[in-house]
Write a protein that binds this ligand. Sequence first.
Ligand SMILES: Cc1cc2nc3c(=O)[nH]c(=O)nc-3n(C[C@H](O)[C@H](O)[C@H](O)COP(=O)(O)O)c2cc1C
Length: 402
Amino acid sequence: MSIEFFTRLPLHGETQYLPGDPRNRGDWNRGEHSTGAVSNFRVGDHFTYIDYLGQIARAAEINGFGGALMVNAPSGEEPWTVCSLLARETRTLKFVTAFQPYHYTPWVAVQQAATYQRASGNRLVWNIINGGSDAIQRQVGDFSGHDERYERAIEFLDVVKGYWHNENFHYEGKYYRAEGGGLRGPLKKAELPLICTAGSSIPAREFAAKHADYYLMRAEHPDEVRALISDVRERALKYGRTDIRFGMSIDVITRETEEAARAEAKRFFDEGIAKGAVKAVAAHAGLRTARKLSYEQGYAQKNETQGFEEFFIYPNVWAGFGYIGIPPGCALVGSYENVVARIREYNAAGIDLFFLAGYPHLEEAYRLGEHILPHFRSERAELARSQDSLPELRAVNGPAGA
Ligand SMILES: Cc1cc2nc3c(=O)[nH]c(=O)nc-3n(C[C@H](O)[C@H](O)[C@H](O)COP(=O)(O)O)c2cc1C
């Protein structure tokens, strides 16, 4: 089985969710002093937070990461804009931008993506986000219900793929219509962005089953990862699809020895606890999923004074980050050797694409590049487009095959 490594960029601050850690970069902090930066971080300064993100992106590229995930939160930097700004500062790094269809029309998305692809050498990947929480959706102006958002997104991608692959595309759906239109001229040379998506609700899985090249998940116990993979694979089969692939986002705290790695994780944990960043934060932080993962359900019973060790849900898989409110929630904690072994285990469970990151992202990109990624050199493979998720001709006439 092939394997590929991407990282994740901190679009809402280096240690924004890590109270007590002084290593902030830029102006994303809670009023404490930033360390190491020369700027006042005012609009118009010569050095901005985006410059720091640029440093991480370049470090990731230099250290052999294939791409970077840009997560969207209403309070964070806007991911597709960051991708655009960083594309020209990098050469090969792919950018997986959170992409929320409800903020766009299919045509605007197609035109923007085609231009981006031409400028960047086809390095854009869309992570289609449909939003787990109705409350957060309403804050940003989307008043449709959870399941309806997925129904609409299925049509959205039907239309996007239709426009992309036809010069004269017609569509009559519940949410979208098109009468002619489609990529023409030089824009036609661009490749459709690869499609990732996440979400563990049934509509999210169905959406992935139909449209995604990669279904992304947060780390859980390997048994739960296997179960989710097998469910989504089965759903994809209904659409005649056999080649959907899987990705996982997980933080990494790794050192030469098991003890050193645990000491670093414990430092984060203790600082988080000391600052009171528990439970309430954990319940609301992160990726706003409708489904609580099983380790999150156990948080209510946990007593932080007992501690750190209880949060290992599997050897080297530590859910303490989620407890103190640091997304995505789980981290691989251990020696270089053991972290490599766990990655291999998740790979054997069906994960092709890993999003690995640590704190601070810049230094840890080097550590991962020097101590973890080289073990996988001969198995690395670029992201693959699913051959059976391309539009069928019936999409030209509408969703029902009218
Ligand atoms: C790797 C990964 C990245 C994600 N990125 C985002 C993001 O950028 N913005 C967001 O609102 N949700 C993000 N999510 C959350 C999911 O897209 C999804 O909205 C959430 O899990 C709720 O979906 P559900 O209610 O259908 O299960 C991400 C999830 C994963 C696993």
